[in-house]
Design a protein around this ligand. Structure first.
Ligand code: ADP
Ligand code: MG
Length: 463
């Protein structure tokens, strides 16, 4: 390992320590303030306080007016600071900014440094939590992680990376996290020398269109072509946008020609990017294409364990296992679920599997296995107060026919079953009966708003 690399890991070690999630800490402190001063005081003075940012030692909060700032500073600041320090002993000061001032400050900063503001507006800000150290590696993301790390290292140390690196996978599985991690790695290793730009494909498109409109296209080209590492996130968004695609392709080629690094992400593989020209698809797949797969139980559990450690909050193992077992959709949702569960403890309740499943009832339902026709029949029968058996029976009473038709309609909407399948599940009826039922219900929805309301109400029961 080179000297630079060992310095880098030392820096990262520092960062891991500071990564205690200050957003979560702030939520905790708000709850303390509420309990300390009571609802009336809290609502009048403290509820407008917002967490803006934090570094190792400083916390920045904001309020909407100067007056509130002064009031808080005089009456509550000491307490706020000591609460922060009891959560994070590194904190030395808490500052409050008036929201109006924030704008002034940043526009000053831009005026002060044209060069900086250019760089800034070219890319998007990086999330400080998205580093390699905070990325939990498991089977589903191992390839993507290794490739990303290698690309980052290859910028610092001339080893061979992959160019372009194309990361793809479903939503919330860590693509953006890895791209930011590459950027942090480089920025923290060789700050000034290397120009790293991260942005979404949408922002690229926006910049391009803005440049066209203000006839600044030369500047646009120049800026993007002078970048050392360009990372464009979610390129599926440029599908069908022909002139943006064209420009993206030129930028891409110009940078590759100069041996500059490109990192691209999308929600699907290059060849599956519909609405993107063939030659672009094929170029995108020239380097390394690494996919991130759906999460496994082990990865989800690993991620939860690391997050609670960082939050410095105790969550029983069985609760973590419960979450990892039930929230399978993606990591973003998993984190959201954990935050909700942790919140329970902030309001003074203990975290148990029961409290977690209560807190997450909605989320758990949507992560649940697909709904079956039998469940639909049962719910609809309950709603209309008829017997489930009447879903299957031949009785033609209107009071039975309508609920049966509604159930068939939902069976078509909410399951993958075909018309004949659905017919069979309703006492062996034929497909024409089901089609007729679905058409009829759709007609009623269109023409009778009371009926439409009822259907909506029913729909919610299945969500
Ligand atoms: P994507 O860009 O693929 O939609 P993100 O990179 O935004 O997903 O990830 C969603 C959230 O999940 C982020 O908060 C990210 O930090 C977190 N995350 C994703 N993968 C991991 C991982 N392997 N380890 C830790 N956190 C992860
Ligand atoms: Mg993303």
């Amino acid at each position: 390992m080179s000297l630079i690399n060992s310095k880098v890991s030392a820096m990262f070690f520092d960062q891991v320590v500071t990564v205690t999630d200050h957003n979560v800490t702030w939520e905790k402190i708000q709850n303390c303030l509420y309990n300390l001063y009571g609802k009336a005081t809290y609502n009048s003075w403290l509820s407008s306080l917002r967490f803006v940012s934090s570094s190792n030692e400083e916390v920045l909060l904001s309020v909407p007016t100067r007056f509130i700032k002064e009031w808080i500073t005089v009456h509550y600041m000491e307490k706020i600071l000591s609460l922060w320090q009891s959560e994070d002993k590194n904190i030395r000061s808490v500052d409050i900014r008036v929201t109006g001032e924030e704008k002034d400050l940043s526009s000053n900063a831009i005026a002060k440094s044209k060069e900086e503001s250019n760089n800034h507006s070219l890319g998007s800000p990086l999330d400080p939590r998205f580093t390699f150290d905070n990325f939990v590696v498991g089977k589903p993301n191992e390839l993507a992680f290794t490739a990303a790390k290698r690309v980052a290292e290859s910028i610092i140390d001339p080893i061979s990376g992959s160019n372009p690196l194309f990361l793809y996978g479903g939503v919330g599985l860590g693509k953006t996290h890895l791209m930011h991690a590459i950027a942090w790695y480089i920025v923290n290793s060789l700050p000034a020398k290397i120009k790293v730009v991260y942005l979404s494909a949408e922002k690229f498109m926006y910049q391009y269109i803005t440049a066209l409109r203000s006839k600044d296209i030369m500047l646009f080209k120049e800026q993007f072509r002078s970048v050392d590492v360009l990372m464009v996130d979610d390129v599926q968004f440029i599908s069908g946008k022909d002139s943006t695609q064209e420009e993206f392709f030129h930028t891409f080629n110009a940078l590759i020609d100069q041996n500059k690094q490109l990192v691209i992400s999308a929600d699907r593989s290059p060849s599956d990017l519909d609405g993107v020209e063939e030659r672009i698809k094929s170029r995108l797949g020239w380097g390394l294409v690494a996919d991130i797969n759906e999460t496994t139980f082990e990865l989800r559990l690993g991620i939860l364990q690391i997050k609670v450690e960082q939050m410095n909050i105790y969550v029983p193992d069985d609760v973590l296992e419960f979450l990892a077992k039930n929230i399978k959709s993606n990591i973003r949702e998993l984190e959201g679920a954990l935050n909700k569960v942790v919140h329970t403890s902030l309001i003074g309740r203990s975290i148990t599997v029961e409290s977690a499943s209560e807190t997450l009832a909605d989320l758990l339902r949507s992560n649940h296995k697909p709904i079956t026709i039998a469940e639909i029949q049962k719910k609809i029968a309950e709603f209309f107060n008829i017997k489930v058996a009447d879903m299957h029976s031949n009785r033609r009473l209107r009071a039975l026919v309508r609920p049966r038709q509604v159930a068939m309609y939902f069976a078509k909407k909410f399951t993958q079953k075909s018309f004949p399948d659905i017919g069979r599940s309703f006492g062996g009826r034929d497909h024409a009966t089901v089609i007729h039922a679905v058409n009829q219900i759709e007609n009623f929805i269109r023409t009778d708003s009371n009926f439409a309301d009822e259907i909506n109400q029913l729909k919610k029961m299945f969500k």
